[in-house]
Design a protein around this ligand. Sequence first.
Ligand SMILES: CC(C)(COP(=O)(O)OP(=O)(O)OC[C@H]1O[C@@H](n2cnc3c(N)ncnc32)[C@H](O)[C@@H]1OP(=O)(O)O)[C@@H](O)C(=O)NCCC(=O)NCCS
Length: 298
Amino acid sequence: MTPPPELATGRLRLRPLAPADRAAVVALFADPAMSRYFAADFSDPAQARALVAERLAASPPAGQGHWVIEHAGALIGLASLRPSSVLPGAGAEIGYSVATEHAGTGFATEAVTAVLEHAHDFLGLPAVYALVHEDNAASLAVSARTGFLDVGSREHFGATHRVLIALPPARRGRLHHVELWVPDLARAEQSWGWLLGRLGWREFQRWPAGVSWRSGVTYLVVEQVHAGSEHDRIRSGLNHLALHAGTRAEVDRFAGGGHGWRPLFADRYPHAGGPEHYAAYLENEDGFEVELVATDTP
Ligand SMILES: CC(C)(COP(=O)(O)OP(=O)(O)OC[C@H]1O[C@@H](n2cnc3c(N)ncnc32)[C@H](O)[C@@H]1OP(=O)(O)O)[C@@H](O)C(=O)NCCC(=O)NCCS
């Protein structure tokens, strides 16, 4: 079985489930509330161990499978993507659980978003399904927040479950990719790789002269070009790239630069782009400018 790839988000790491996770999964489900809407009671350690064994033995299609959700190095939940035994078609079914002590932090929403992006943008699945017990209000809220549509209900293990479906984002007319020629690939990787990684982009392609990172339907390429062709952002051509960068607090964390970036227009931060516009402007050593715009409400 090929394990699913590791997925990184702003606060979480989703890595493939491993045999060594057994004890932490038993501890995760020790609280009976975690199984309240499941057919089995995983607060029974034997059932939790059986869950891990069943997941480790599964052979899902490439790119699908079972992850543990980690925050600050600790296992705080599980996520999965696998062919559905009850829902038809070529899509996959998602599953997710996050420890009660982390309820209300947005971790579940963040993990589900990462799995959906992986399913739609990397695996190209036509749909992701979720089956959620009709009384599981927290899970229904997560599904609504992450873009699932409620398309009806069905009986499942003797209880009514909502059937939810998440479709891939429309691609037509969206930015496919941007390609930047850079004078020094290692420097570009240091600055662009760090910045894009912080914003949830993932490495997509790599070859001796270049690397690309992808977010959703868009990827950005940096490719080494012969020396003596410096970028000049105030001449004709690319002035800068602007990226959605989360909340104002998240933009604040970028404002000081670092990892090859230095602040631009710092004396007018955060309103250098206008009184209503909250953004950090950075420039890297090779003269490329990036604008990180706060577009999420806290
Ligand atoms: C279902 C489950 C994962 C939902 O967990 P959750 O803590 O409600 O979900 P999140 O971590 O996304 O937190 C969302 C809450 O955090 C708040 N929040 C705080 N910071 C946030 C952030 N940065 N981003 C998003 N939401 C944030 C949200 O406003 C929301 O609160 P609200 O509903 O009062 O508005 C969890 O209850 C669970 O594991 N249950 C047991 C297993 C289970 O039932 N799994 C689902 C099977 S279908």
